[in-house]
Design a protein around this ligand. Structure first.
Ligand code: SAM
Length: 289
């Protein structure tokens, strides 16, 4: 089978199978060899690796993953793509094609059965409509994850990597940075895909920490505090937390915790680092106990 990263080969396969793109599945297939090489290189894949590919499409990236990795599991929701993948990946004995919704798949069970529970490297050109649930599901779920190297909307990649203080910094930055070290490895224009998406894209690598970079007594409370702080971005941190319907604290309790943190009383949430959010939520936790 010819390499699909060549646009002519992609078009030939689409025509042969009379494939119709489904917008609801975020189908924009990669047709740029340079970008594909960058993804494979950034993911750092070798023959000992077990790779999970989310949304293989017609198998363009899967072909390359199969050539570099020990084993590949490719999870595709669109049943119309399964016969295509069977053909385009026919010569690779190390791939398992799974017709499933990644958000519903028992990934921990799959990895236990197929890889003895060892960590997996996730590589994908993600369907953009579910980027955040996929990434947070991988980090928060029970499956062992080594790293996630993915194509996402550029704006989302920038938010994931954003440091405190700027307008891109928010709940997603903190959630991702609690679990992993992010690094944007390539910017990718719309003409690298078929059909062209309406937005610019970027490849980001998220290398999972062995342990989170900050210690916090109650992760759930910390993330509730983070969400509440950014839900009302234009308010001060203290006002945002005191008014939040998902938090039980009085204005006085919040003000006292902010004072203990040693920051100005009128500070906004976007100025706090992950470490400061962890401390703040530990101070608030004391009030509850
Ligand atoms: N990997 C291919 C490539 O780079 O050419 C296709 C990438 S395309 C942006 C996203 C793929 O994810 C599509 O094949 C789409 O059908 C699939 N997809 C969408 N939602 C999914 C879900 N919930 N679970 C698994 N695959 C999904």
């Amino acid at each position: 089978m010819a390499y699909l990263i060549n646009p002519q080969h992609t078009i030939a396969v689409l025509q042969k199978f009379q494939f119709r793109f489904q917008k609801k599945y975020g189908q924009n297939f990669l047709i740029d060899a340079h970008v594909l090489d960058k993804i494979i290189q950034a993911a750092g894949i070798g023959p000992d690796d077990y790779v999970l590919e989310i949304g293989p499409g017609i198998g363009t990236m899967t072909q390359s993953l199969c050539e570099h990795a020990g084993r590949v599991a490719a999870v595709e929701i669109d049943k119309n793509l399964i016969p295509v993948l069977k053909e385009t990946l026919a010569e690779y004995p190390n791939v398992t094609i799974i017709n499933a919704d990644i958000l519903k798949l028992d990934l921990a069970g799959l990895l236990q059965r197929e890889n003895g529970g060892r960590p997996v490297k996730v590589v994908a050109n993600l369907p953009y409509y579910i980027t955040t649930p996929i990434i947070m599901g991988l980090f928060e779920g029970p499956a062992p994850i080594d790293s996630i190297t993915v194509m996402v909307q550029k704006e989302v990649a920038v938010r994931m990597q954003a440091p405190p203080g700027g307008k891109e910094y928010g709940a997603l930055s903190l959630a991702v940075q609690y679990y992993a070290k992010p690094k944007i490895v390539a910017n990718v224009p719309p003409n690298c895909f078929l059909p062209r998406p309406a937005v610019a894209s970027a490849v980001i690598r998220l290398k999972r920490y062995e342990a989170p970079p900050v210690a916090v007594q109650d992760e759930k409370l910390m993330f509730a505090v983070i969400r509440a702080s950014f839900n009302q971005r234009r308010k001060t941190l203290a006002n945002g937390l005191a008014n939040a319907s998902n938090l039980p604290f009085t204005r006085e309790q919040v003000q006292s915790a902010v004072r203990r943190l040693g920051v100005p009383a009128d500070i906004r949430g976007e100025k706090l680092s992950l470490m400061q959010f962890a401390q703040l939520s530990d101070f608030l936790k004391e009030v509850l106990s």
